[in-house]
Design a protein around this ligand. Structure first.
Ligand SMILES: Nc1ncnc2c1ncn2[C@@H]1O[C@H](COP(=O)(O)OP(=O)(O)OP(=O)(O)O)[C@@H](O)[C@H]1O
Ligand SMILES: [Mg+2]
Length: 467
């Protein structure tokens, strides 16, 4: 049994964790014409949906269900048992239920009992990439790069609380006043952040980055218009020729997806060690060791940071180190690794341009190594990184590579960047889609020798020729 929160105040009455309370508050009533699920009632309707019928059915059904027997049932068996009970109760009470309404109500009850309630249909929908819950009344999703509000409602704060606790318990945590922020993962690999009042003012909030089941490779990225065939070829050559690559972009711009697509170009014979906060990379190669950080426990002990893992990775005889996202003091160790023979490493960074990415790296190194002169930090960065790939989620929802820049070195105190590819917006199509082309710069890169060494110089030039 758990306490619940209502806008920061702890409520005295406990809320059941494992199953919905029989006195469940208003649930939107199923309508004959309702789409897919009664959770999807239009917003206006849902807000004032007549709760009596479905609320009553729900409550009676829960009170008649034998909890011990239900716990032992398979989900399919439980669903048909709930459906049978609903039909029985509807009969007794003379409530008209169509087969479809009965099925929907049964699904909601089972989702609440076993799964993540109203989130279940959203998790099952592969076209949805992000789910954002801002308290019980506001649920947003992202689909094809666009954010939209749904009419889905949780019954009340306690309902969101219960779902959040169920997610947190999978990583052995509870969300409460003492620890109001929890990062967790769903069994399918989706990343979840939970933040509760009093920190979140709108009530308990959940942010879910769904794990994409179908892997996005270069072919798909080209089809989506995220990059051109020549850019894909250049990135493939960069991976083969062991260039050190940084993928830079804003939140949700597609950094991890592109890193994943690139890392798939690494040869099967190489030993790859990946370091991530939450393992998202899906490498196909057999010789891969995936490392994941660990947060501190409730006593504040046992934390293993990305920096610890990068240092450990260096002792594991890696051919390549892939750091999912560099965000802190591990930047220093990563750059050192890149400068000391662990070339072909890749990482991503949260930044708005390739120059901004370099600034961010500088400040991260400064954080880890106070007092290191600026000049030597810049030298280290300029020596380590070969390519910066900038990605962006554009206004039409498309995620696109907008720049592929070569870091040529330093001129005085300034980084010299050469944009090999740069996306230029030329207009807009009838549907508001961004139109544009990639401008290409065919100059020989500073890592020409390396391309020659790997026998890839001609391939590089011919990809640029097609660009
Ligand atoms: N080029 C693309 N075309 C279509 N969908 C994409 C593309 N790139 C990424 N996505 C989808 O967008 C979502 C965000 O992508 P991703 O996780 O790669 O972004 P990110 O920049 O790493 O985000 P974060 O900043 O949260 O780490 C994912 O659901 C992913 O499947
Ligand atoms: Mg990411």
């Amino acid at each position: 049994m758990s306490d619940t929160f209502t806008f920061g105040r702890r409520r005295a009455e406990p809320a059941p964790v494992a199953r919905p309370e029989p006195t469940a508050a208003p649930a939107p009533a199923p309508k004959a014409a309702a789409p897919r699920s009664s959770y999807f009632l239009p917003a206006a309707q849902a807000a004032q949906a007549p709760s009596t019928q479905s609320g009553e059915l729900r409550a009676l059904c829960m009170s008649r269900l034998d909890a011990t027997a239900a716990a032992a049932m398979t989900p399919e068996r439980l669903r048909s048992e709930v459906e049978r009970l609903l039909a029985e109760i509807a009969d007794e009470r003379r409530i008209q239920l169509s087969a479809r309404e009965q099925f929907q109500l049964a699904s909601e009850l089972v989702d609440d009992m076993l799964g993540l309630g109203p989130l279940e249909p959203l998790l099952a929908d592969d076209s949805i990439t992000d789910i954002m819950v801002n308290g019980p009344e506001r649920v947003f999703i992202e689909r094809r790069g666009k954010v939209e509000e749904l009419s889905i409602r949780f019954r009340d704060v306690a309902h969101v609380d219960r779902i959040a606790q169920r997610i947190a318990s999978s990583v052995g945590r509870r969300v409460d006043e003492g620890s109001p922020m929890v990062d967790a993962r769903l069994p399918d690999g989706s990343r979840v952040n939970i933040i509760f009042p009093p920190l979140a003012l709108a009530g308990p909030c959940l942010s879910i980055r769904k794990f994409s089941r179908d892997v996005i490779d270069f072919d798909k990225l080209v089809r989506f218009g995220s990059l051109s065939r020549p850019i894909a070829r250049i990135l493939e050559i960069a991976a083969t020729a062991r260039l050190n690559v940084i993928i830079s972009g804003g939140t949700g711009s597609g950094k991890t997806t592109l890193l994943n697509a690139m890392s798939r170009m690494i040869g099967a014979t190489e030993r790859i060690v990946t370091v991530e906060d939450a393992a998202e990379l899906q490498l196909q190669q057999r010789h891969v060791v995936q490392l994941e950080t660990r947060p501190a426990n409730l006593e504040g002990r046992g934390e293993v940071s990305q920096r610890d893992l990068v240092r450990n990775a260096l002792r594991m005889r890696p051919d390549r180190i892939i750091l999912g996202e560099v965000r802190g003091t591990e930047a220093f160790d990563m750059l050192q690794a890149m400068n000391t023979g662990h070339d072909g490493s890749m990482s991503s960074v949260h930044a708005n341009s390739s120059r901004d990415a370099l600034m961010r790296l500088e400040s991260m190194v400064q954080m880890s190594n106070m007092g290191l002169p600026e000049r030597s930090i810049r030298n280290q960065i300029a020596g380590a990184i070969d390519l910066i790939v900038q990605v962006q989620r554009q206004r039409d929802g498309t995620r696109r590579v907008i720049q592929v820049s070569e870091l040529c070195g330093l001129e005085g105190d300034v980084y010299v960047l050469n944009d090999i590819f740069a996306f230029e917006v030329t207009g807009e199509d009838a549907d508001g889609g961004v139109q544009g082309t990639w401008r290409v710069n065919r100059a020989h890169p500073t890592f020409q020798d390396r391309l020659i060494y790997f026998g890839l110089e001609r391939a590089w030039q011919s990809a640029l020729g097609d660009g």
